[in-house]
Write a protein that binds this ligand. Structure first.
Ligand SMILES: *Cc1c(COP(=O)(O)O)cnc(C)c1O
Length: 424
């Protein structure tokens, strides 16, 4: 350690040199900052341009009245000594765990119990925190294109190996393409942990029971864990597609399901989600000693988490009331209408795309040989419309762009017309 002399004092030049080196090798997250940079540049060059944002990665409809009323009530509870609540259970309040089990699982004929549901401040934290449960040498598989959180959290945990070009040496990539409807094929190399997300961000692909069964069967056969992200399950209206992985027989033995109220009810700023860890999930320590992932996750949460806020949990419970269900359905229908507007315009112009049926995302093939970023520039300059370049989600996203359904009906209709004209 170097010591710097300044008058009579000695200052150390730096603090301890044991910073997690994985942060150094983690590339800067480039996608959304680059989109932002180009949009800002475009606006300053074209101050009068009527730019329509179709890259919005956040919901725009406000939180529904049923949840807002529940929050007002919760604030009042906290303001009076008779109803005040301090620390809540680390796993979440029983009133919410019971409601979730009843509405999201039992009423759909799915077997999940209260002590398997862990309330959190959202899916992103849970997806990252689950990393605590696995050894540093566990092999991880992700789809390509992919929601970047799965990869980056494993890089931080030291499971990714070294970056070779655009890929990590120890991560198993499941390449997806249009031919397979962006549903991954089983891996050639056996992973320990498989991240799956359906309905998918960014491709909008939803999975059928038969397709997902192949994965559950594979995981049972090979002894893999599936981490199933179903943040967009509410967008599934067609019974052919899966809303929960537990709709597939045997999934309780191999799958953790991560869910969120962010996209289902506009809780992106309020923060509440939950993770289901079935008691059947039997894993072993590297020495072979068996353990329960449900107990491990409970221990992890009790150690590092003090529960989601009472106010957020009261709001989440209200979403399951008669009024709450109707109100969030109306918001989902609002976004669905945008999907239809965009889908019709793209279909009418003969543009190839997928998604937009069971998800708020449309995944569109750039015309000809255009790269994702070239298509982004074309749309920005010729149509005054933004999108998210697919290449930002992985190698297999090259040549694609993503539109979201999170704008207003009016803006979406205008954008759809311009997109159709520009890309056809
Ligand atoms: C938005 C999103 C989430 C939800 O994250 P929260 O932390 O709950 O807001 C999870 N997974 C995917 C793929 C998402 O797009």
């Amino acid at each position: 350690m170097q010591l710097l002399a300044t008058g009579n004092f000695y200052f150390r030049s730096d603090i301890m040199n044991r910073v997690n080196d994985n942060f150094r090798i983690l590339p800067a997250s480039y996608l959304f900052s680059e989109v932002g940079r180009r949009v800002t540049a475009f606006k300053s060059e074209n101050p009068l341009a009527d730019l329509i944002r179709m890259d919005i990665g956040d919901v725009t409809r406000p939180i529904c009245p049923a949840a807002v009323e529940a929050m007002h009530q919760a604030v009042d509870d906290l303001s009076r000594s008779e109803t005040f609540r301090g620390y809540g259970p680390e796993q979440g309040y029983d009133f919410l765990r019971n409601t979730i089990v009843e509405w999201d699982y039992r009423r759909r004929g799915l077997d999940v119990s209260e002590d398997e549901v862990f309330i959190s401040d959202g899916a992103k934290s849970d997806l990252g925190n689950l990393s605590d449960l696995f050894s540093a040498d566990a092999r991880v598989a992700v789809t390509d294109p992919v929601y970047p959180v799965y990869v980056d959290t494993n890089v931080i945990a030291g499971r990714a190996g070294t970056l070779e070009g655009d890929r990590w040496s120890r991560i198993i990539y499941l390449d997806c393409d249009a031919e397979d409807g962006f549903i991954p094929r089983l891996p050639r190399e056996r992973p320990d942990i498989i991240y799956l997300c359906f309905p998918n961000n960014p491709t909008g692909a939803a999975v059928t029971r038969e397709q997902l069964k192949e994965w559950v069967d594979y995981a049972r056969r090979e002894g893999c864990l599936i981490i199933y992200d179903s943040a967009y399950e509410i967008f599934v209206a067609d019974d052919r597609y899966v809303r929960s992985i537990y709709e597939v027989e045997g999934a309780r033995e191999v799958a953790i399901e991560v869910r969120s109220f962010s996209k289902t009810a506009g809780f992106t700023g309020l923060r509440c989600g939950y993770t289901v860890v079935p008691k059947e999930l039997r894993a072993t320590y590297p020495g072979g000693e068996p353990c329960s992932l449900n107990q491990l996750w409970n221990r992890r949460q009790c150690t590092k988490f003090n529960g989601a806020s009472y106010i957020a949990q009261c709001a989440a419970r209200a979403l399951y009331s008669v009024r709450g269900r109707a109100e969030i359905q109306a918001d989902v229908d609002y976004y669905r209408q945008n999907c239809r507007t965009l889908s019709e315009a793209l279909t009418g112009a003969g543009i190839r795309f997928c998604g937009g049926v069971a998800s708020p995302y449309l995944w569109v093939k750039a015309p000809g040989e255009l790269t994702s970023w070239q298509c982004f520039e074309l749309l920005l300059r010729r149509a005054g419309v933004t999108c998210t370049p697919g290449s930002g989600f992985g190698r297999c996203g090259e040549g694609y762009i993503r539109f979201t359904a999170f704008n207003t009906h009016e803006a979406t209709a205008r954008a759809a017309e311009r997109i159709a004209k520009t890309l056809k």
